[in-house]
Design a protein around this ligand. Structure first.
Ligand code: C2E
Ligand code: CA
Ligand code: CA
Ligand code: CA
Length: 279
């Protein structure tokens, strides 16, 4: 038993070494990803559930490493945050989106916007509103073409400075969405305290909508709450027509998910937008 324990320990320790090694390797590769042109921004439609029109898109970063292939943002964004790389990568994402918007502009309806995911670290960084507003004006796009998505973690840390930054962006006409709504804590006070225009209902609530009456009740309550506070709502992760119909019944104004479209590269998104059969 003693030996087995010893072996277990060695096995365990070897795995931890391996994990730390992978983490360092990944961080080093991520460091090169920008200059090697390995990052891209893809776009997923946000759909108005009443008339079925595309009212905007969410921008989602993609990393294609020559050896590993696609590495998901769920893997590399946390590494970018821990290493500080999120600041140059985040600036590059903002610049790329504003450039893309200026190219799309002749084809866009007035209400179309791009929602940018912002890490708490970017929001805490003092230059965010300058970076964002500078990129917007240098590409000659309107401020309201840009929305931002933040999670509640961003609001918990450094409340005063965060409130100042978000208020400035909001006053400049940039709408702020609370992402992954329902999964955090003290959501309700955040909705009151920060200049939030809408909430994105986390896809974990949408996934079992057909089977789970509790999830249905929760979503219904979130929509009633949002209406009462005149907040907009997007339900994330709609994968089936049945989910779409149920959300419509619950008066959910907007949705997003594979049922409508997966995230797409910019040129494909524009084609989808131009040929989209709204009502
Ligand atoms: P998120 O902000 O909650 O983004 C939604 C995620 O759900 C995306 O995953 C999207 O591809 C996925 N999704 C959309 N529709 C469906 C569906 O119908 N079913 C399922 N199962 N999934 C769906 P993705 O692109 O892998 O991004 C994961 C997370 O990485 C994002 O979650 C966000 O937290 C982060 N992220 C992505 N892009 C950026 C970025 O540009 N900046 C920052 N800071 N974070 C980002
Ligand atoms: Ca998001
Ligand atoms: Ca989300
Ligand atoms: Ca998420």
């Amino acid at each position: 038993a003693k030996n087995a324990g010893k072996n277990d320990f060695h096995f365990f320790s070897h795995e931890m070494d391996q994990q730390a090694h992978d983490r360092v390797a990944l961080e080093n590769e991520l460091r090169m990803a920008l200059s090697h042109n390995e990052l891209g921004v893809w776009y997923q439609p946000l759909v108005n559930l009443k008339d079925n029109n595309i009212c905007g898109v969410e921008a989602l970063v993609r990393w294609k490493n020559p050896v590993r292939g696609f590495v998901g943002p769920d893997i590399f964004i946390p590494i970018a945050e821990e290493s500080g790389l999120i600041l140059p990568i985040g600036d590059w994402i903002i610049e790329t989106i504003c450039h893309q918007l200026s190219e799309w502009e002749p084809h866009l309806k007035d209400d179309f916007h791009v929602a940018i995911n912002l890490s708490p670290i970017q929001i805490r960084h003092s230059a965010l509103e300058k970076t964002l507003l500078k990129a917007i004006s240098s590409h000659r796009i309107k401020n309201d073409r840009i929305h931002i998505e933040i999670t509640e973690t961003a609001l918990v840390e450094n409340e005063a400075a965060t409130l100042r930054t978000l208020s400035q962006l909001n006053q400049a006409g940039i709408k702020i969405w609370l992402d992954d709504f329902g999964t955090g804590f003290s959501s309700l006070s955040h909705l009151k305290q920060f200049p939030v225009s809408g909430v994105k209902i986390d896809r974990s609530f949408v996934a079992d909508l057909e089977q789970d009456v509790d999830d249905r009740a929760l979503i219904s309550a979130m929509i009633v709450l949002a209406n009462a506070m005149t907040l907009d709502v997007i339900a994330e992760g709609i994968e089936t027509e049945a989910q779409c119909l149920l959300l419509n019944e619950l008066q959910c104004p907007k949705g997003q998910g594979y049922f409508y479209s997966r995230p797409l590269p910019g040129d494909q998104l524009l084609d989808l937008y131009r040929w989209w059969p709204g009502k």
